[in-house]
Design a protein around this ligand. Structure first.
Ligand code: ADP
Ligand code: MG
Length: 391
């Protein structure tokens, strides 16, 4: 099991504590969309406030090229204050005079939110000067952004190396959940993968196949696997440059653990209202593309999922955003929700699907990290976790 510092290990009363949260929420013309990530950051912030800390929060937001008012943390900070029921002030910059002034002027109980960390070019380069400036703002540091823990940035790893640091409650829960997947999982251990691109997930497929009992693959990525097996996938999405890599995995010692769809819902155009029909996954007509898994596949996948004692799910089974192609993802979500084993779901779109179906409460752990979770399963740790380890 991973041994790492938590909030118990930090002395925070009366001290300035910088929290790196993941407040990267969808923002449209200054209005916060889904505020799930803001809510998820509250337990750590509230605990620190209750213990008398002077809390400073930072996060990245979107992908601005330098300082850009369209990506200001202002609206996010306002929502944080509403949801948390505390005073919030937004600093005028990330770690400069604006941040210093905001922190110096904040009364007890007020939460200071720094500007978008991506306003600083040094953030993604883990620039020592930016890490020094962030570290100078606080007496202790708490990393709570699991979704950013796979990146060694100034606001994740850089600052953690410079002042006493620990994992927040959200990161702690993520590490604990992934430990159960990584170390001695209860069996059968089943992994369900879907989503857009096999190239995003080849690393994790390779790393997990020897460890799992079954790997069910749907989504657009299954067509590259079907193509590698020599099947006719019609106009379905195939990553041609990955077919050889995929074939190597499927022909390898654990290739037989991969379960592919036997039927798919296919359409002749990529559109919400496109006419569609169920066809065999290995004989998709030339002009048709698979946009969801079919009913027989749903039954077979669901049975394997319900029989799992440990389960990890990442990536929707089809274009679930469109009603006509949502059944595969919905039924897989239902099977995951009714599975009595230990279940973890991750990935922005898969989690969005679970929440849209109202089934997010039925999984053992809903991960806030997509890429971070995959990278953790692939390599066993993350840069943001390594800096918090005690052994
Ligand atoms: P996650 O965010 O859960 O990791 P991804 O980002 O990898 O998932 O993939 C999600 C996207 O994949 C969704 O927008 C979905 O519409 C798309 N998708 C799933 N199945 C297909 C398919 N058969 N053809 C095209 N796109 C698909
Ligand atoms: Mg996604």
């Amino acid at each position: 099991m991973t041994a790492f510092r938590t909030l118990e290990d930090l002395d925070v009363a009366g001290r300035r504590v910088l929290v790196r949260a993941d407040l990267n929420v969808p923002l449209q013309e200054g209005v916060v969309g889904d505020d799930y990530r803001i809510r998820a950051s509250l337990p750590t912030i509230n605990e620190l406030r209750d213990r008398g800390a002077r809390v400073v929060v930072c996060s990245h937001l979107g992908r601005p090229k330098g300082a850009d008012p369209a990506y200001s943390m202002g609206p996010v900070a306002a929502r944080l204050g509403e949801l948390g029921g505390f005073e919030v002030v937004t600093a005028a910059d990330v770690a400069g005079e604006g941040a210093q002034a905001a922190i110096a002027g904040a009364g007890p109980g007020t939460v200071v939110v720094l500007e978008n960390t991506r306003f600083e070019a040094g953030e993604t380069k883990n620039d020592p000067a930016l890490a020094d400036a962030l570290a100078a703002l606080a007496d202790a540091f708490v990393l709570d952004a699991f979704g950013s823990a796979h990146r060694a940035h100034a606001s994740t790893v850089g600052v953690a190396e410079r002042i006493p640091s620990a994992a927040g409650r959200l990161l702690e829960a993520e590490i604990t959940a992934f430990d159960r997947l990584l170390h001695d999982p209860d069996r059968p251990y089943v992994v369900v993968l879907g989503g857009a691109k096999v190239s995003d997930k080849l690393g994790v497929i390779r790393a997990l196949l020897p460890k799992v009992d079954a790997m069910l693959v749907g989504g657009a990525m299954c067509f590259t696997l079907l193509a590698a097996e020599g099947y006719h996938v019609g106009a379905s999405r195939v990553e041609e440059d990955r077919v050889d890599d995929v074939r190597e995995v499927l022909d390898g010692p654990d290739g037989a653990k991969v379960m592919l769809p036997e039927d798919v819902v296919a359409a002749e155009e990529f559109a919400a209202g496109a006419p569609h029909r169920v066809v065999p996954a290995g004989r998709i007509p030339g002009e048709a593309m698979g946009l969801d898994i079919g009913p027989e596949t749903i039954e077979r996948f669901s049975a394997v999922i319900r029989g799992a004692d440990t389960l990890f799910w990442n990536g929707p089974m089809g274009v679930f955003e469109w009603q006509a192609f949502a059944a595969g993802t919905r039924r897989v979500a239902e099977a995951v929700a009714s599975c009595g084993g230990y279940t973890v779901a991750g990935g922005g779109d898969s989690v969005a699907a679970l929440r849209a179906f109202g089934m997010d409460g039925a999984v053992s752990h809903l991960s806030t990290g997509g890429g971070a979770g995959l990278e953790l399963l692939e390599s066993g740790s993350l840069p943001g976790i390594d800096v918090l380890k005690t052994t």
